[in-house]
Write a protein that binds this ligand. Structure first.
Ligand SMILES: [Zn+2]
Ligand SMILES: [Zn+2]
Length: 141
């Protein structure tokens, strides 16, 4: 699959997990009906089923997310309350973006990297530094 190469762009640990899980996903979700749909990132084209979109995932008593986002149950944890955040919408351009370091950043709200780059001077220094840090990480990779 051509998409695989693009998926690697997302280096966040949870996305790596998603990739591993992806192989078993088809079996697990067919007929179960627990997947709400398929999330696809508009920047890196990562595509994966999600089980919930919103701020309070089901079966979680104490978790309220800081943003409305796409989540799925953590396939590696037997605990019901464990889940992975896959992505969310950029608060500026409303693009659907994954949480990969190449695609978005959460700073009080979710921003896609395109918007951050466009408005970089308006973000505080710590965000700018974080971005520089990510760039250097990418180089060494
Ligand atoms: Zn992405
Ligand atoms: Zn954006």
């Amino acid at each position: 699959m051509e998409d695989r190469a693009n998926i690697k762009v997302c280096t966040a640990e949870n996305l790596f997990w998603l990739l591993i899980w992806e192989r078993e996903l088809t079996m697990e979700y067919s007929g179960e009906g627990s997947a709400q749909g398929v999330f696809s990132c508009e920047l890196c084209r990562l595509s994966t089923p999600f089980s919930y979109y919103g701020q309070k995932p089901p079966n979680t008593s104490s978790i309220v997310l800081l943003e409305e986002c796409y989540v799925m149950k953590d396939p590696f944890s037997p605990e019901k309350e464990k889940f992975l955040v896959i992505g969310s919408h950029c608060s500026l351009c409303r693009k659907r973006v994954c949480v990969g370091t190449e695609c978005s950043l959460f700073y009080t709200k979710r921003f896609c990297l395109q918007c951050i780059k466009m408005h970089l001077e308006e973000f505080p220094q710590e965000v700018q530094q974080e971005l520089t840090k990510r760039k250097s990480v990418q180089k060494n990779d």
